[in-house]
Ligand binder design. Structure first.
Ligand SMILES: Nc1nc2c(ncn2[C@@H]2O[C@H](COP(=O)(O)OP(=O)(O)OP(=O)(O)O)[C@@H](O)[C@H]2O)c(=O)[nH]1
Length: 381
């Protein structure tokens, strides 16, 4: 298994800042569309109503101010850069509500302004914006209910299909823009979450696996060893730990180069994985040291048979750039619960059994505190 390199995407914080900036930019553009539509609708509505109202002039002033700020937006910084779309939407929505009643895009505009506030300024400020919106809605409702604002809009709407068309189309357009915008933002956030998930999985994989061979690292192997011991207890069977150190590995590094050494480690690792069952674990401790954890082992013979297979697999020639590399393996075996009842101690005992093989001439295996079995003799090229 070849490890994949860690994704090189930007850090989450910078990514979030970039997303936020995109949101601010899009808000400027969206508010521009809204301002232009409003400024085009105002004369049409004045013509329909037969009068130009104070609220229309206020809206015009705000639109003019917004257009000025829009032209300068790249030069604005901080609060000044984030706030104009919100202010225009808040004030435009308010005048829309008070001027046109609860029909049209006023309410939708205020809702969108609140969404913007939530994204740009956080939760504490969104309450202020929300209370402001509720205040404007209640004020508009009270003004109309108490007759303080003449219901001329309603009567105009009821008498003019064009006015209805304008209200419906502006409301529909605003709703569409808001929904489109929010769903776009959601998609981006979901994509960012997905990338973060993949990255954290990759980090977890790298923390638990050896990069060169793709095998579990000692940290993960310790866990698997504990599990194998628990399983042995439950099933009244045994767990076997094989501690493997390659023989003559340094010579390969020195004579054929570090890359050849890496290739030997990869090939031997793959051969060891092939030599055991899928429920067993092959892990690399570092350098040329490996362990194999066999779970549900009936007796010591099964473990020594696997050790024999691994010694033979390691001894098979390894092709490398037109020549063959030859390596050996020394293996110490310790059984749970016979040789120790703690996983850590089991590791120590398998390690010392492996050293007894080294001392006795290498290339073979030995059960803990048992005489080593003579093994093969192989020469690295
Ligand atoms: N190519 C390569 N070499 C490594 C890596 N990690 C450790 N080594 C080298 O592996 C060698 C291991 O040393 P030893 O275990 O003493 O070498 P050895 O020849 O097998 O010695 P014996 O175990 O006594 O047979 C050292 O030279 C390390 O520098 C690696 O990831 N890749």
């Amino acid at each position: 298994m070849q490890p994949t390199p860690l994704a090189t995407s930007p850090m989450p914080d910078s990514e979030m800042l970039r997303l936020r900036q995109e949101f601010v930019d899009a808000s400027w553009w969206l508010t521009l569309v809204y301002a232009l539509i409003s400024s085009a609708l105002l004369p049409a509505r004045a013509w329909l109503l037969g009068s130009w109202r104070l609220s229309d002039s206020i809206i015009f002033l705000f639109i003019a101010g917004y257009l000025l700020a829009f032209g300068q937006r790249r030069r604005l910084g901080g609060w000044w850069r984030d706030s104009p779309p919100v202010l225009v939407m808040m004030l435009g929505g308010s005048t829309g509500l008070l001027g046109n009643g609860l029909l049209g895009s006023g309410l939708m505009t205020l809702i969108f302004a609140n969404t913007l506030v939530a994204v740009l300024f956080g939760r504490r400020v969104v309450w202020i914006a929300f209370l402001y919106t509720m205040g404007v809605v209640l004020l508009a409702a009270w003004l109309y209910a108490s007759g303080r604002l003449p219901p001329r809009v309603s009567s105009d709407y009821s008498s003019s299909p064009l006015a209805w068309l304008m209200a419906i189309s502006s409301g529909t357009l605003m709703s569409f823009l808001v929904l489109h915008f929010v769903s776009l933002y959601r998609q981006r956030v979901e994509a960012l979450h997905e990338r973060l998930r993949v990255q954290s999985e990759e980090i977890a994989r790298l923390a638990h696996h050896d990069e060169l061979t793709g095998l579990p690292s000692l940290r993960l192997a310790r866990d698997r060893l504990r599990m194998a011991c628990h399983q042995a207890e439950r099933q009244r069977s045994k767990a076997a730990l094989l501690f493997i150190d390659l023989d003559g590995f340094k010579r390969i590094n020195d004579s054929a180069g570090h890359e050849a050494g890496d290739e030997v480690l990869r090939v031997v690792a793959a051969r060891m994985v092939e030599a055991v069952r899928s429920v067993d674990t092959v892990a690399r401790l570092g350098g040329d040291e490996f362990i194999v954890i066999l779970s549900g082992v009936p007796d010591a013979r099964t473990a020594t048979e696997v050790a024999q297979k691994i010694v033979a697999a390691a001894a098979a020639p390894i092709p490398w750039q037109g020549c063959t590399l030859q390596i050996g393996a020394s293996i110490g075996i310790a059984l749970y619960p016979e040789h120790s009842d703690t996983p850590e101690d089991l590791l120590r005992r398998a390690d010392s059994a492996m050293y007894s093989v080294k001392r006795g001439g290498k290339n073979g295996y030995a059960l803990h505190e048992e005489p080593r079995t003579p093994g093969h003799t192989c020469q690295p090229c």
